[in-house]
Design a protein around this ligand. Structure first.
Ligand SMILES: Nc1ncnc2c1ncn2[C@@H]1O[C@H](COP(=O)(O)OP(=O)(O)OP(=O)(O)O)[C@@H](O)[C@H]1O
Ligand SMILES: [Mg+2]
Length: 290
């Protein structure tokens, strides 16, 4: 199992793009994504057109296409592995990263009638737990849901008076958020309820690029404990799944942001740049170790 996988997804044109007769500049073949720079001042295709290979390239631009990638397909490729990892005792994390309006929240959360990765992962977790319970394993599942809005951490499962929680470092468990609500959940309905509560509290706003734009980064964490017997000895395995729906990068002239929206956009971009630096540093360290 690869430790890091990268997938790219193309969404359908939205109303604004259809009205503007926007040109489709992305092509996908297998796991390769091609992009055409139609502003390049040359006719040389080798300069105008570039291809990149990822673990997966998902074509969700038009439902009628034979390559159409549905929510189910994305879950099948990416989500089932997360569930598998959790049962094997590994931690797992899924990030959705990209420009505002590109489809991150749709992929991670989806809609009631077309669910995304988060509800599907939760459902599979509980389905598999009920199977394993028959074999004598007991489970405990806890969830927390937070957002980082303008560099302040807020609890999405319960509104606090002072909605700015502190991030601290635990000597053995690593970073944690002090005072963050954790809910013990015993079935899928219960976890769905936590997701819905959190989504209702999440900060969103309308911009020119997205009617329901996430203005914060959201982290949904599932702590999953399995207790049973290993060679007759009681044993416990703990794994954590972090499911992250980031706010999208944006250009003030495209979003039409002014005032509060502009300030939000500046915080979003700044934190995404920092995240990029952290990921590069981690990648550097991991290649140095090899
Ligand atoms: N694969 C898809 N199929 C159908 N509709 C999609 C798809 N991806 C996104 N959309 C639609 O596009 C719009 C923007 O998507 P979404 O809100 O997920 O973007 P986002 O990346 O989360 O943006 P932001 O960074 O502003 O939060 C939504 O109306 C969503 O339903
Ligand atoms: Mg979003």
């Amino acid at each position: 199992m690869a430790s890091v996988k990268v997938a790219v997804r193309v969404r359908p044109f939205n109303e604004r793009e259809r009205e503007n007769d926007s040109q489709l500049i992305i092509q996908m073949r297998g796991n390769t994504t091609g992009i055409l720079n139609c502003k390049a001042n040359t006719r040389d295709e080798s300069i105008r057109y570039k291809e990149f290979t990822f673990d997966y390239s998902y074509w969700s631009h038009d439902e009628d296409s034979e390559n159409y990638a549905s929510q189910e397909m994305v879950y099948h490729d990416l989500g089932t592995e997360v569930v598998e990892c959790a049962f094997e005792g590994y931690n797992a994390c899924v990030f959705a990263y990209g420009q505002t309006g590109s489809g991150k929240t749709f992929t991670m959360m989806g809609h009631q009638e077309n669910q995304g990765l988060i509800p599907r992962i939760c459902k599979a977790l509980f389905d598999r737990m009920s199977e394993n319970s028959k074999r004598g394993t007991t489970h405990k599942v806890q969830v927390s849901y937070l957002e980082i809005y303008q560099e302040r951490v807020a609890d999405l499962l319960q509104r606090h008076d002072n909605n700015s929680l502190k991030v601290r470092q635990h000597p053995t468990k690593g970073p944690y958020v002090e005072g963050l609500t954790t809910c013990l959940v015993t079935n899928y309905g219960h976890i769905q309820n936590c997701i819905d509560r959190g989504n209702a509290l999440r900060t969103t706003a309308s911009t020119n690029m997205n009617d329901v734009s996430s203005r914060s980064h959201a982290i949904f964490t599932i702590t999953f404990v399995q207790a049973g017997y290993c060679d007759g000895v009681p044993s416990e395995t703990v794994s954590k799944i972090h499911l992250v729906d980031l706010a999208g990068s944006e250009r003030a002239d495209s979003t039409g942001a002014t005032g509060k929206r502009l300030k939000e956009g500046a915080y979003i971009n700044k934190s995404l740049v920092t995240l990029g630096s952290v990921i590069s540093k981690l990648a550097e360290l991991s290649t140095e170790k090899k």
